[in-house]
Design a protein around this ligand. Structure first.
Ligand code: PSU
Ligand code: MN
Length: 308
């Protein structure tokens, strides 16, 4: 598809377009974390604060969504509100995108779809909370998030706090290795487990600073290797949760999902909501703080990448 055809479907916020054109740092943000990952109104406060954190580092935030079939790169107030109220807001991954566009529906972008929109708009760095991956039992159910294929093919570096233990983290990392996705730790040897700083699995490379992450991304894309990168940034110590306690909570949430017969794309939002409930809201505080921490790191990486 030619660029002109593509732009027919896309609205890029002027400040984002100006920054991209001038080679200034921009950070993509997703909207599934708003519509299907956090309750209202906490998600609204989060949506504003996370953009402010990106700006404080000298980068421009671009929250992605699909509104009435339009691909949005950067949201206005009303659009942020719409994502947070989440009425008739679908969860849109790669396969859903053409349907939502053609039918002029409204949807929140997953990690996969945020990467697609970022790449279309020329944005290389993206901050999220946690990525999707190989679900537990995925070797039988084949429930493997489209996020992993997107990381394989789309040239965007994703800063996350690892993956939740609702997933099979070992198989998720094996899949990423097979698909040639570099998995970096930001000043850590351990791949983080979202609420907890360590998953028990290592990273390919401990990149000590945002500048080193930017240098690795620059080398990957300059070499024509294409595809994405994953950067694991552990939750700050003061917000980290106890590994044993969270393991038990997640086992309970998985059992609830099993009892309710929840499958496919509904499983991740179901588990996220039940984990918040089972921890009496503690997990939400941690979720918000780790996402802030990722936005800050992503903005610092974007600033360094803009220098190369
Ligand atoms: N994991 C989280 N929080 C989230 C998600 C995953 O800890 O909000 C969201 C992200 O948008 C991710 C999506 O891209 O869920 C993955 O869903 P699925 O497994 O259906 O691909
Ligand atoms: Mn799935």
């Amino acid at each position: 598809m030619s660029e002109r055809n593509l732009l027919q479907f896309m609205d890029i916020k002027p400040e984002v377009q100006e920054a991209v054109s001038a080679g200034k740092p921009v950070v993509a943000l997703e909207s599934t974390i708003l519509s299907h990952g956090m309750p209202y109104p906490e998600n609204l406060g989060f949506a504003h604060d996370v953009e402010a954190i990106v700006r404080a580092q000298g980068a421009v935030p671009a929250t992605m969504a699909i509104v009435d079939g339009r691909l949005k790169v950067g949201l206005n107030e009303a659009e942020v509100m719409r994502m947070c109220e989440a009425k008739d807001v679908r969860k849109v991954s790669r396969r859903d995108l053409p349907i939502v566009v053609a039918r002029k529906l409204t949807g929140a972008t997953t990690v996969a779809t945020t990467m697609i929109l970022a790449n279309m708009a020329g944005i290389r760095i993206f901050a999220t909370g946690g990525i999707g991956g190989v679900h537990r039992g995925g070797q039988d159910s084949m429930d493997i998030s489209a996020d992993l294929q997107e990381l394989a093919h789309t040239p965007v570096a994703v800063v996350c706090a690892g993956a939740k233990m609702i997933l099979d983290i070992g198989r998720t990392l094996e899949y990423l290795e097979t698909m040639g996705v570099p998995v970096l730790g930001l000043n850590t040897d351990d791949f983080p487990a979202f609420y907890c700083r360590k998953s028990g699995y290592g990273v390919d490379c401990n990149a000590k600073t945002p500048a080193e992450v930017a240098a690795i991304a620059h080398a990957k894309w300059s070499l024509g290797l294409g595809g994405g990168m994953l950067i694991g940034n552990p939750v700050p110590q003061e917000y980290a949760m106890d590994f044993g306690k969270m393991s038990a909570v997640i086992d309970r949430a998985l059992a609830q999902a099993d009892e309710a017969g929840v499958k496919g794309k509904d499983i991740t939002p179901f588990l996220l909501a039940h984990i918040v409930e089972l921890t009496g809201g503690d997990s939400l505080k941690t979720n918000i703080q780790l996402a802030f921490n990722n936005a800050r790191a992503a903005a610092q990486i974007a600033v360094e990448l803009a220098k190369l």
